[in-house]
Design a binder for this molecule. Structure first.
Ligand code: 26Y
Length: 817
């Protein structure tokens, strides 16, 4: 444990209270007696910040002195979750703060609840970035996270008559105590205009970009504290502002309204997070966002490197820019532009530096999720970059033709620029990256074999896998305090930074005493979420139920509809007297899910879930047996309370569709059993925990491919399977829609006639696996044993391990100690 560094307030209750009161008085300008909860929260945050500050300064001093290789993590999303608890944990101040505040008559829980989480991401990809920067700080690896400070993060979801209604996420409205704006370090970003050719002093032809307009990027720094190690890395998020010159010019012409419009136009760039997480629309503003943050980040990093006396020819020794999906890939031509146009590099020199600076992580397999930017849009917004992309493509295709002489079709398939579509950003990233990785073994294999087969034939060594992970600090230590205590008491606390040590718990799965304690903690976590949902949503959770949880973005490929079919099927069987209500295992199904606002099928599915929930919950026939809870606005804060309470984790995507999943890991680590397909990281979870402790169902990826090739006809399953037919017909009967037989046609007809993700094909297998779940759950001893083994055997899924893999396989660097 790194003791308090010089300059930090004393690590004692007295010292803490003094600091807190000082912050309350000087920062908030109020005495304790008159302070609001928000005043107190703000003062508490500042207090914790003060403890971190000396460590932050020290980290930056060391980096400046030793100039180690740094990871520049480029991500359009960071789904951070609340900061306070993590900062208290990282500084070992949780107990001190609680006691100190109690002396002031304040319950720390009230202040914790005051924090609004920064929802600067959509789902898995954004949360992964947050886990990765946590792990890098904890492992003493120099890293700067670069991204966008969206003024409005992911929308707040509400339900009106069962339908999703989006509200703006005003996370900054009460002030944001965790950020440090640095307007003096603002960077200018250019857009539009045209390019010109001219002859430079050395007689070479050169290109000049003459942009049409520009904005300012203002950096906001956030602390990224390592766990008890005294390191604090930086997350630097950029906010867009109008440039002064722009403003003044118009002001001086007397057009005040136009000046304000110009400002609004500029600020729109970082105004809002796009809530889509799979189908990219060719939205100009999104491209502006991507270029904006990437240009700011490269400029920032390069300027600092030059200040440190670094030669740009050696940039790859200074940094790897990790591209979190294709969103920041415009960084590739941007670095080329900087090196060639601004620093006079020759093409080959510039390309050599560029390709060694970047590595690319792909997070999808869905073809429609791969970003393609229309060339006319790119040419209008970034004319110089489009030229450079054409040139990169020419050089690349020459390489392809050399490797595969005469194979023009192959060259055509591999072209970064697809005629008629635009620039395929995944191809550009693959051509430029030193390494390309998928996010789970199956995904990386499919990426090589199905998405980028020509590229992996050309450069087999470029492709690698790094299976995702999650931070044990937030998703076990903080979110499951009772379980953490039990683990500490049993094997010590080394697991928090060395999660594989959970293996030492394996023998305790057979210890009745330990099992009882574990079961008691599960029950405690269920009460905790019940209390929260009662207060937050007015939802009552029954006692003693199997808690069955499906939380993730709403997507057809994730198959929330399959879960729903299972529920409706149970209900149908009881209604029609096929089974007695008393035979149904008491179960509460919890959904948590946002739909992209423009994704009609996803929104209809939410509507249907809510209507089914309302009907079944109100029907006395299943009273005490089946309850459906769908709290609105699932986010990181809710996840932290919900996941530890789960018995059953639903990971039921169609095989070959979910790149990895990371919720699946969080559940297993908190002792839930998984019901899942052989998809994404489920494959690896099952391998580690063992078949006996995992409910596998459904087609495998090759089976899915085969059925697809044969021609999949969902209607034949509907016709052939009476229970499936009865289930779908019940939805169409109007029982869930006040007699309206057509309200859910969109969902039902789609399942019967299209069913792109083959829910009907996996229905039987899913229902059978659920029956096994019930059977196992009836034997609580055996269930708890499996739950403990799930926890003990999934230490592999720490994001610390993911970071070690990136260090070894991609970044080729070691922690700085
Ligand atoms: C371009 C835009 C529409 C877009 C925005 C966000 C496209 C994709 C995304 C986000 C994708 C995402 O969250 N992918 C998930 O990444 C996780 C971390 O690797 C995986 O675990 C998960 O399987 C994958 O769906």
């Amino acid at each position: 444990l790194a003791t308090a560094p010089v300059g930090a307030p004393p690590h004692s209750v007295d010292g803490f209270v003094k600091e807190f009161l000082h912050e309350l008085n000087t920062n908030q300008g109020v005495p304790l007696s008159l302070s609001s909860v928000n005043d107190q929260y703000m003062a508490l945050a500042s207090t914790v910040r003060n403890y971190l500050m000396a460590r932050w300064l020290e980290t930056n001093r060391k980096v400046h002195e030793n100039k180690p290789k740094t990871i520049g993590y480029l991500s359009a999303e960071y789904l951070l979750g609340r900061q306070l608890g993590n900062a208290l944990l990282a500084t070992d101040l949780s107990d001190i703060a609680e006691k100190g505040l109690a002396l002031c008559g304040i319950d720390i829980a009230t202040l914790r609840a005051q924090e609004v989480e920064p929802g600067l991401g959509n789902g898995g990809l954004g949360r992964l970035a947050a886990c990765f920067i946590d792990s890098l700080a904890t492992m003493d690896v120099p890293c700067v996270g670069y991204g966008i400070r969206y003024e409005y993060g992911i929308f707040r979801q509400t339900f009106v008559d069962g339908r999703q209604v989006e509200q703006p996420d005003t996370w900054l409205s009460l002030g944001s105590p965790w950020e440090f704006p640095h307007p003096e370090a603002s960077v200018q970003v250019d857009f539009g205009g045209h390019t010109e050719r001219y002859i430079g002093e050395d007689g070479r032809e050169r290109v000049r970009w003459v942009p049409a307009w520009n904005v300012l990027g203002v950096p906001y720094n956030y602390m990224v504290p390592g766990y008890l190690n005294g390191r604090v890395n930086t997350l630097r998020l950029w906010s867009a502002q109008a440039t002064k010159a722009f403003d003044l010019q118009i002001f001086n012409s007397g057009d005040y309204a136009q000046a304000v419009r110009a400002q609004t136009f500029a600020e729109n760039i970082s105004k809002v997070l796009y809530p889509e997480d799979s189908t990219p629309q060719g939205k100009e503003l999104r491209l502006q966002q991507q270029y904006f943050f990437v240009a700011c980040s490269l400029r920032d990093f390069i300027d600092h490197s030059l200040e440190d006396g670094f030669d740009l020819h050696n940039l790859p020794e200074r940094v790897t820019f990790q591209l979190n999906d294709t969103h920041p890939v415009i960084a590739v031509p941007e670095l080329m532009r900087i090196l060639i146009d601004e620093y006079d590099f020759e093409w080959d020199e510039a390309w050599d530096v560029t390709r060694r600076c970047f590595a690319y992580t792909c997070h999808t397999l869905l073809p429609e999720a791969l970003e393609v930017w229309p060339t006319d849009l790119l040419g209008r917004l970034l004319p110089r970059h489009l030229e450079l992309i054409y040139q990169i493509n020419d050089h690349f295709l020459a390489e392809v033709r050399e490797a595969f002489p005469g194979d023009e079709l192959r060259a055509h398939h591999m072209s970064i620029i697809s005629h008629g579509q635009g620039v395929r950003m995944a191809f550009l990233a693959t051509v430029a990256g030193t390494k390309v990785n998928g996010v789970a073994e199956l995904h990386s294999q499919l990426l090589r074999d199905k998405v980028l087969p020509d590229f992996s034939a050309l450069w087999p060594e470029k492709f690698t896998n790094v299976t995702n992970g999650v931070t044990p600090r937030r998703f076990v230590r903080l979110s499951n305090p009772k379980l953490s205590e039990l683990i500490n008491d049993t094997i010590g606390n080394g697991w928090v930074t060395d999660l594989e040590r959970l293996k030492e718990l394996e023998p305790y799965a057979d210890d009745p005493e330990f099992r009882a304690q574990f079961a008691e903690i599960k029950a405690w976590n269920k009460h905790r979420i019940a209390d929260l949902l009662r207060a937050r949503d007015g939802i009552d959770l029954p006692d003693g139920h199997l808690v069955d949880v499906m939380v993730k973005r709403l997507h057809e490929y994730k198959r929330q509809s399959l879960k729903l079919l299972h529920i409706v099927s149970l209900y149908e069987q009881v209604l029609s007297g096929k089974i007695a209500a008393s035979e149904v295992t008491p179960r509460t199904v919890v959904f948590g899910s946002k739909a992209a606002p423009g994704y009609a099928m996803a929104k209809e599915t939410i509507h249907l879930i809510n209507k089914v929930a309302a009907t079944i919950n109100a029907d006395p026939i299943l009273e005490g047996r089946l309850k459906i809870a769908f709290p609105a606005n699932y986010n990181v804060t809710l996840a932290e309370k919900l996941i530890p309470a789960a018995d059953l984790s639903e990971q039921i995507s169609l095989a070959g569709m979910e790149a990895s999943g990371t919720g699946n890991m969080k559940f297993a680590l908190n002792g839930a059993l998984t019901i899942g397909t052989d998809d994404g990281a489920n494959v690896e979870i099952r391998k580690l925990v063992g078949d006996k402790h995992f409910f596998l169902f459904g087609m495998s990826e090759p089976e899915v491919a085969e059925l697809g090739a044969q021609g999949y006809n969902p209607h034949s399953y509907y016709d052939a399977n009476p229970q499936l037919k009865a289930t779908l017909d019940l939805i169409s009967s109007g029982v869930f829609s006040n007699g309206d037989r057509h309200l859910f046609d969109m969902v039902v007809e789609n399942l019967k006639n299209q069913d792109r993700f083959m829910a009907l094909a996996d229905f039987d297998s899913y229902v059978a696996a659920q029956a096994k779940v019930e059977e196992r759950y009836a034997d609580q001893d055996s269930w708890m044993r499996s739950a403990i083994l799930n926890m003990a055997r999934t230490g592999y899924f720490s994001s610390d391990r993911s970071m070690r893999d990136y260090l070894q396989r991609i970044w080729h660097t070691t922690p700085m100690l």
